[in-house]
Design a protein around this ligand. Structure first.
Ligand SMILES: NC(=O)c1ccc[n+]([C@@H]2O[C@H](COP(=O)([O-])OP(=O)(O)OC[C@H]3O[C@@H](n4cnc5c(N)ncnc54)[C@H](OP(=O)(O)O)[C@@H]3O)[C@@H](O)[C@H]2O)c1
Length: 326
């Protein structure tokens, strides 16, 4: 089942998401948890000890320059994805960078150009397209189970404690709900329906001018529509419902990444599927990276560069519509 070669991973940051991703990497025989870097050496050391990582560095540069590191997982704030991805690519590393890929489409374009120039693998760490139930929803849609797709209603709403220094609420770190959680319901629209042609959006902001909630209506020239909610203000859950001519498909997940799919076709009893993937489902992304490295390709067909670019271009349009600046 696993690919042939073992890859030496470097983990760039000792933050919360890095800790989750490392747990997932441990599930894979061909992933060598080789090194971690934090801005502060003692943090890196602590993280390395906690997770059984061989080497630790007190700077990201040092990690990027370690000739043994083959692939780097980047989990810094959104504001730093561009800088850290460029650093690693320029030092010849393959890169799996957390969502949102960068702050805007122009930076994403530069990152993709650099990956091509350096002939190094680059992928945005988008969780949904690797999840079995999410893929099943797409398969059922393509098989015509609910007929023609007419509308999508997608949401991601949670209530993190307000802390203006936290990356979620800090504008200079790319804070706000859009890049952090709004990216998921917008991803759903592109993944299941396609790139929207028009949009209208409304946002609310904290007293410091950081976006905290957005509602969007998307339209496609085909006549299909989508509504999206991204919010730090309400506990709206996480998921999407695909409405077709003959029924609907509803995908939802909890914060622990357990997932549920309900398929309701007119005239039939609803069918429910549940799944709680190992490693919160993050190992699927790592597996894909190593499969691509085995093949010697620089992009994944599951999350191609064009998809990440299209996603960011839509988010740029949303930002323009509601006046978000980083
Ligand atoms: N795929 C998912 O399901 C998922 C879930 C959660 C988060 N994420 C993504 O993962 C990334 C990190 O999120 P997180 O929740 O792990 O955040 P976090 O706990 O705040 O960690 C962010 C890390 O970024 C580093 N950093 C570098 N420059 C920084 C600066 N100027 N200010 C603050 N931190 C700085 C810090 O690393 P040091 O250790 O070096 O100090 C910090 O540990 C984000 O892109 C987020 O969207 C993805």
């Amino acid at each position: 089942m696993y690919t042939k070669k073992r890859y030496k991973w470097g983990i760039l940051t000792a933050g919360r998401m890095s800790a989750k991703f490392v747990q997932a990497l441990k599930l894979l025989d061909n992933a060598d948890l080789y090194a971690v870097a934090a801005r502060d050496l003692s943090r890196a050391k602590l993280f390395a000890e906690e997770h059984g990582i061989k080497k630790y560095y007190g700077s990201y540069q040092a990690l990027a320059m370690d000739p043994e590191v083959e692939v780097v997982y980047i989990a810094s704030p959104h504001s730093h994805h561009f800088e850290h991805t460029m650093l690693c690519l320029k030092n010849g590393k393959a890169v799996l960078c957390e969502k949102a890929f960068a702050l805007d489409a122009s930076d994403v374009q530069t990152m993709i150009r650099e990956a091509r120039l350096q002939k190094r693998f680059l992928m945005e760490a988008l969780w949904p397209p690797f999840q079995p139930l999410y893929k099943k929803a797409k398969e059922l849609l393509q098989l015509g189970e609910i007929g023609r797709l007419i509308h999508i209603d997608a949401r991601f709403g949670l209530q993190p404690p307000y802390d203006p220094s936290n990356r979620k609420f800090n504008r200079s770190l790319g804070g706000g709900s859009l890049l952090d959680i709004g990216i998921y319901p917008i991803h759903d629209v592109l993944y299941f329906m396609g790139t929207p042609d028009s949009l209208a959006a409304k946002a609310t902001f904290t007293e410091l001018g950081v976006e905290e909630s957005i509602q969007i209506i998307f339209g496609l020239e085909s006549g299909q529509t989508a509504t999206v909610l991204s919010s730090y203000k309400i506990d709206a859950g996480i998921g999407c419902t695909l409405y077709g001519e003959k029924g609907n498909i509803s995908f939802s997940r909890r914060r622990d990444m357990s997932q549920q799919l309900i398929v309701s076709v007119q005239g039939k009893a609803p069918v429910e599927f549940c799944d709680t993937p190992l490693g919160m489902g993050y190992h699927f992304e790592a597996q894909e990276v190593m499969r691509c490295l085995d093949k010697g390709v620089i992009e994944s067909q599951v999350v191609p560069h064009t998809f990440s670019l299209a996603l960011m271009m839509v988010m740029d349009r949303v930002r323009g519509e509601v006046g978000i600046e980083y």
